[in-house]
Design a protein around this ligand. Structure first.
Ligand SMILES: C[S@@+](CC[C@H](N)C(=O)[O-])C[C@H]1O[C@@H](n2cnc3c(N)ncnc32)[C@H](O)[C@@H]1O
Length: 336
């Protein structure tokens, strides 16, 4: 069981610099109504470059375990994450295929095999001379093309992340309460192999919502009738990705945490994001009049997040002006 350090507790409406595995221990027990975050995805970003696959799995496991004591009974933990679509697997055989749609030379394997049977001693160079093509063409037709990476690169497959998160949460004492799919913009550039395979592009992520046993206040009036119809009761949320992410390259749109916050918390309650990045969850919490606690291990992220929350704080006393400010921020993210 995680040990909580009650000395020097983290204070709401602040963003802290440090590793979540240390700082979560300084959050008061049963104080957080909702923790919503998007961790490293193990896809080679700068903030996860030192993590081995096992380190990454342990990070998620440890962070989830540390949440159990600090979430209120009846409260929630919402994890936004995606499957790893290009997961390097050294044990995977090279994917071989006859890539017929890309052929420049209309020579078939059967034609080569037929000539080879009458000239069994011919090597691929002699066969190439016979057919008037390159020796690589002969090799490709006979042995298949490696359509996923070069000869020396590891093959990649899909790694499903949900089971890992579910197991860690269940072990910590949470129960999987709901799951939603966030449909974002199609990320063609992330699908390195899709043009020469049957694979799909990356265009959705998950939201896994875990519940800590206890009394959960269900207040349907938190959302308007339209909000319930449009997204409150819907399993699939279509929210455009952040367009302008010059300050942090892994931002989620404000609308994503905003919906989770509105659904699962009351005004004034504490919302935690222990992978705060550019401060998106804090902005969403502020726009919904909730308190927030943010943590990030990168000093630069903490600076960006603090700056974003401070600019909103300037408007704090005037709700209409604050809404205006959030609208401006969302517009700059390209989602309004
Ligand atoms: C996917 S990004 C989150 C982006 C954020 N949702 C936003 O909208 O800007 C993950 C963040 O986790 C931070 N991070 C990674 N490992 C961490 C750790 N052990 N403790 C705290 N923060 C960590 C990274 O610096 C990065 O900013």
């Amino acid at each position: 069981m995680a040990v909580i350090n009650i000395f020097n507790p983290l204070v709401p409406n602040n963003i802290y610099h440090g590793d979540s595995r240390h700082l979560l221990k300084r959050i008061e027990r049963h104080s957080v109504a909702l923790s919503v975050w998007s961790p490293p995805y193990y896809v080679g970003k700068y903030y996860e470059k030192d993590l081995s696959f096992d380190d990454w799995k342990n990070l998620l496991k440890d962070v989830i375990a540390l949440h159990f004591p600090i979430i209120k009974p009846g409260g929630f933990l919402a994890v936004n994450i995606a499957d790893i679509l290009c997961f390097k697997d050294q044990t995977m055989p090279k994917i071989m295929a006859e890539n017929v749609s890309r052929r420049k030379v209309t020579l078939s394997k059967e034609e080569i095999v037929a000539i080879k049977s009458s000239h069994p001693d011919w090597n691929r160079y002699q066969l190439a001379e016979h057919f008037g093509c390159s020796e690589q063409t002969i090799d490709r037709r006979l042995n298949g093309n490696n359509i996923r990476g070069g000869k020396y690169q590891s093959q990649t497959r899909v790694f499903l992340v949900g089971a890992l998160i579910e197991e860690a949460a269940q072990e910590a004492g949470f129960y999987l309460y709901d799951r939603r799919i966030w449909v974002k913009d199609a990320a063609w550039e992330n699908s390195r192999w899709h043009t020469i395979s049957y694979r799909s592009v990356d265009e959705s992520e998950y939201l896994y919502i875990f519940w800590k046993p206890g009394i959960t206040k269900v207040d349907r009036s938190r959302l308007t009738k339209e909000e319930w119809v449009n997204w409150g009761s819907r399993g699939v949320w279509e929210i455009p990705s952040v367009r302008s992410n010059a300050d942090h390259d892994s931002k989620f749109p404000v609308e994503l945490p905003r919906r989770v916050i509105k659904l699962f918390t009351q005004p004034g309650e504490i919302v935690l994001d222990c992978f705060m990045g550019s401060g998106t969850t804090a902005l969403a919490a502020m726009s919904e009049k909730r308190q927030y606690i943010g943590i990030d291990k990168e000093k630069k992220s903490v600076e960006i997040a603090k700056k974003a929350t401070e600019s909103i704080n300037l408007y704090k006393k005037e709700p209409e002006q604050m809404d205006l400010m959030i609208n401006e921020i969302e517009a700059s993210y390209g989602i309004k």
